[in-house]
Design a protein around this ligand. Structure first.
Ligand code: PRT
Ligand code: ZN
Length: 291
């Protein structure tokens, strides 16, 4: 039984693809706790929060029923379980697609060709909803795993399964037909949790930390020196992520520029800044950005 002790509870996947990133996100928000896969319940030392470790499929219902006020789970699972929960934030990891795929040699080339065919999936509700929205009738073959084997075993003509790199589909001789939904990990909440004043205030505090940490992801803080007359050129190179801070230096005609830059353009921009006159470039990681 989970103690109802006035502390906030957040449900995470106990042991799976979302576990490490979810723990990393909580830790990047300054939350300190021991996490053991075997124990259901890990109290935070420095925040009124307990972390619950659960199977991902159960998280939407537990959040809906108020066992935990918050949960982190894939959007695909939230949709499939049809839970009445509020989606608060997309978290930028666990990216995947729910994809309809067919055997390489299949004559099925379009969605219309699927009419009347057998489609194996572990996502019957999502698939059913999708097919109804397309006014298409198929026979849904509900499996509990290893969906990619269904065409080889001749229990289905197509499958509807989660794909991330596409390797599993390729290895099993399948080609993608159509994406049913895109998904990533999301933070969900029990809507009633906001009615409790102290819980709401804890959730609000956590949300600020989550946003701060997510904002900082993939960004670097750069400090560099440059001659004043190089500023117009440097400004043209700097992507419009944030206007740079410009500080005069003791050395006549020199300034320091501070700016935030996205990791994916980082090296390219650095090289161009250097050739435009920047020197003494210092790059530091960013832990959080509170706006
Ligand atoms: O034990 P528990 O029930 O908690 O975990 P689980 O085994 O049901 O889920 P898990 O850990 O596999 O996935 C958790 C969540 O991660 C999913 O609900 C998705 O939101 C997300 N996710 C991201 C994925 C994948 N990528 C993924 N590739 N979930 C599953 N897969 C599987 C997919 O089912 C297929 O078998 O990986 C295979 C395909 O991968 P690729 O890379 O070969 O395309
Ligand atoms: Zn699961």
């Amino acid at each position: 039984m989970v103690a109802s002790n006035g502390r906030l509870k957040i449900a995470l996947q106990k042991n799976g693809r979302l576990t490490d990133d979810s723990l990393g996100l909580l830790r990047s928000c300054g939350l300190e706790f021991e996490f053991q896969k075997q124990s259901l319940y890990s109290p935070c030392r420095n925040f009124e929060l307990d972390v619950l470790a659960l199977r991902d499929d159960d998280i939407p219902e537990y959040v809906q029923d108020g066992v935990a006020e918050l949960g982190i789970v894939g959007e695909n699972v939230v949709l499939e379980r049809g839970a009445r929960v509020k989606q608060l934030q997309r978290l930028g990891y666990g990216a995947c697609r729910l994809m309809l795929s067919v055997p390489l040699r299949s004559s099925i080339r379009s969605l219309r060709n699927l009419r009347g065919k057998r489609v194996a999936t572990t996502y019957p509700n999502t698939l059913n909803k999708f097919l109804r929205s397309k006014k298409l009738r198929c026979e849904i073959v509900e499996l509990s795993g290893a969906v990619e084997l269904a065409p080889t075993l001749d229990v289905a003509d197509a499958i509807c399964d989660i794909v991330s790199t596409g390797t599993t589909a390729r290895v099993n001789g399948l080609r993608p037909l159509l994406s049913v939904m895109e998904s990533e990990a999301v933070l969900i909440a029990n809507p009633k949790a906001f009615a409790d004043k102290s819980k709401k205030s804890l959730i609000d505090r956590l949300l600020i930390r989550f946003s701060g940490s997510l904002q900082a992801r993939g960004k670097r803080y750069i400090m560099l020196n440059a001659p004043v007359n190089a500023i117009p050129r440097l400004k043209q190179i700097i992507p419009a992520l944030k206007s740079p801070t410009i500080v005069p230096l003791a050395e006549e005609g020199m300034v320091a520029l501070h700016l935030v830059i996205a990791e994916n353009v980082f090296w390219d921009v650095m090289e161009r800044l250097k050739s435009a006159g920047a020197s003494d470039i210092i790059v530091v990681p960013i832990e959080t950005i509170i706006q």
